[in-house]
Design a binder for this molecule. Structure first.
Ligand SMILES: Nc1nc2c(ncn2[C@@H]2O[C@H](COP(=O)(O)OP(=O)(O)OP(=O)(O)O)[C@@H](O)[C@H]2O)c(=O)[nH]1
Ligand SMILES: [Mg+2]
Length: 614
């Protein structure tokens, strides 16, 4: 059923009567004292469409009000059969070897936004057509437009492509693979006439869509709320009035004025809309936090029970947490070694709900493997904080296993991103040093022989083979060759960009895709080879057969952690991995027992200490 979605904005026409306005507000679950409202509502054509995906309403600023404050009342169709169609806008990165994996990741993220039905996704990920996309000028950090992120030329050009796409098959939203401020998001939505998701927003949406258990759902909602809260902006609308909300879509002026209410029994009366929105978000946040606290308590009790009498003779069962970049093969690995089934897929963030599987090690000892949520570069802090309860399993684990996708072109970055998150969540230095690295997917290496894995020299040589990226160029050779200012740009651009264009002055007319390229882009359904998404799709899907990344060498050189090379799909290296678990867990257990079981004794003298050591 199509429902008209009203886009509230600070425009002056048409004006709704007070009763109409109040009815609308009650529809949005926002209660305001009648005499305090002056509301203008403008049903805006671009936002009167039905989106095919409900949860976008929770993030996209223009659509926020369609979702009730308590998280209920989704306006959109939740049919997993029609996941949202996103148009991907990728700010350009240089060189290609950095741009290519970032774009591939962006396209995979866009395609991963899909809900499950009966525990499965409706479409095969590899059968999915890659979303239409465009590589655009990356605004130099120094001159990044505070208001729209991109320059006006880029904004106009994206709009042209959006219009072209719209007439072809329609799109639901635009995904900008960068971190936008609330104001930038709002302005881009107005300019493009479509909901805009930034990187953080899309990742949070994917978490919401993939969460299955109560715990994961609570945490994903908490992340959404924290994200929303960071997007609340106060804006001066036309005529100097204050606008409210995430994007200032509706203008409400309190009769009591700002700061006059919100206390005691009249709490709420006279609050500005911004205060009201904040208060509602905070109320829901507190409620979620208390529910999550309960989840944490239960988890802690379960952990303690496992420790106390998990084993056959009442010995504790150690836990091994499997961590890594999303899509590295964690779930496949846990399934393979535990001889059980965990959902594995090429989508990103398939695992959002942590799972435990027991494994018998070669020594006969039982351990629990914890498959947990994957990480990503620029992981939103809102997510890390919200998923505290889940990530606690990682912090508390006896041993960490870091699974790396050795075929990833940006392997080094992925490795660093994971180490960063581990540090952020409070994993001890000792555990990081004791961590085992698993270089997974070695079967994708062309030297892979099937019954074994390559030696160290071979791993180093992977890099040279893969240095030639010309076959996968993203048609940017015609693009203007701007000078770069690596360090500054990297620091200031949300760390998404390692090397970005440093074009000073007006970049508004620079369109990163040449005329020919634009043609092939618009015709993204055609099989023409060029800069279009067809080519990227081929690249992406043939990624598995490509040679191993140029980053492998640097990882192998810099890796201090003990590593095992595995193919979770073929089973290579898994026995060695289990033997390593045995080796790592034995001494650790002894040490911990000595520490915790030690009874208090009076301080020893120097002589007695020597005697004990002897
Ligand atoms: N060729 C090859 N593919 C693998 C291997 N291990 C996993 N895969 C594939 O990689 C994709 C991702 O695997 P998952 O196990 O879902 O990865 P994950 O790390 O759990 O990913 P998330 O839960 O989404 O973070 C799947 O399509 C797997 O079939 C491997 O050793 N070799
Ligand atoms: Mg997984």
């Amino acid at each position: 059923m199509f429902r008209t979605i009203y886009h509230l904005r600070s425009s002056s026409t048409p004006k709704f009567s007070l009763p109409q306005a109040l009815r609308l507000f009650s529809h949005f679950s926002i209660s305001l004292p009648a005499q305090s409202i002056h509301l203008t509502v403008n049903p805006s054509p671009p936002f009167t469409e039905k989106s095919s995906f409900h949860s976008m309403s929770s993030i996209s600023s223009s659509l926020l009000l369609q979702k009730h404050q308590d998280g209920s009342g989704d306006e959109f169709n939740t049919d997993p059969k029609s996941p949202p169609k996103l148009f991907v806008v990728q700010p350009r990165l240089r060189p290609d070897s950095i741009l290519k994996p970032k774009l591939e990741e962006a396209l995979n993220l866009a395609n991963s936004l899909e809900e499950q039905r009966d525990g499965f996704y409706d479409t095969e990920f590899l059968d999915k057509q890659l979303p239409p996309h465009l590589v655009v000028q990356n605004p130099a950090a120094r001159s990044t437009r505070a208001d729209t992120f991109f320059g006006p030329g880029t904004v106009d050009n994206v709009k042209c492509h959006v219009n072209a796409l719209e007439s072809k098959e329609g799109i639901d939203a635009i995904f900008v693979n960068a971190i936008l401020t609330g104001i930038q998001q709002r302005n881009l939505e107005r300019a493009w006439g479509k909901p805009v998701l930034d990187r953080v927003g899309l990742i949070i949406e994917i978490f919401n869509a993939h969460a299955q258990t109560k715990e994961a759902k609570l945490q994903a909602e908490l992340a959404t709320l924290m994200y929303k809260k960071s997007r609340l902006v106060r804006l001066r609308g036309p005529g100097g009035r204050y606008a409210f909300g995430v994007a200032g879509e509706a203008e409400v002026v309190s009769a009591r004025g700002r700061g006059s209410g919100g206390r005691g029994f009249i709490s709420g009366a006279g609050e500005t809309e911004l205060q009201l929105q904040r208060r509602r978000i905070l109320e829901r946040r507190n409620q979620l936090l208390s529910e999550i606290k309960e989840v944490r308590r239960t988890r802690a009790l379960q952990r303690a029970a496992r420790r106390r009498h998990g084993g056959p003779d009442g010995q504790e069962i150690p836990t091994v947490a499997v961590v890594g970049y999303t899509n590295a093969g964690k779930s496949t690995l846990v399934s393979a070694v535990s001889d059980s089934y965990l959902y594995c897929d090429d989508r990103l963030f398939v695992t959002v709900d942590p799972k435990l599987r027991s494994v018998i090690l070669p020594s006969g000892r039982k351990v629990l493997l914890s498959d947990t949520v994957g990480f990503i570069s620029d992981l939103p802090t809102q997510l890390v904080e919200a998923f505290h309860a889940t990530l606690e399993e990682v912090v508390e684990a006896d041993l960490l296993v870091h699974v790396l996708d050795s075929s990833a072109p940006d392997l080094k970055e992925q490795r660093e991103a994971v180490l960063q998150v581990l540090g952020k969540i409070g994993v001890s230095e000792h555990k990081l040093q004791n961590m085992i690295e698993v270089w997974n997917k070695i079967d994708l290496h062309e030297d892979f022989v099937g019954d074994g894995y390559c030696n160290e020299d071979e791993v180093s040589s992977w890099s040279d083979e893969n240095n030639d990226v010309t076959s996968n160029k993203l048609c940017e050779e015609d693009l203007p060759d701007y000078e770069t200012n690596e360090n500054e740009d990297f620091e200031q651009s949300g760390k998404l960009e390692q090397v970005i264009d440093d074009q000073q002055g007006d970049y508004s007319d620079d369109w990163l895709v040449s005329g020919d390229e634009q043609d092939s882009w618009v015709d993204y359904n055609s099989s023409s080879v060029g800069c279009g998404s067809t080519e990227v799709q081929q690249n992406n899907h043939s990624k598995k057969s490509e040679v191993i990344s140029s980053e492998t060498q640097s990882v192998s050189e810099s890796a201090t952690a003990t590593h095992v090379k595995t193919s979770a799909l073929t089973g290579v290296g898994l026995q060695e991995l289990l033997e390593l678990f045995d080796e790592r867990l034995k001494p650790q257990k002894t040490i911990e027992k000595n520490i915790f079981d030690r009874k208090w004794r009076p301080p020893r003298t120097e002589d007695s200490r020597i005697a004990v050591e002897q």
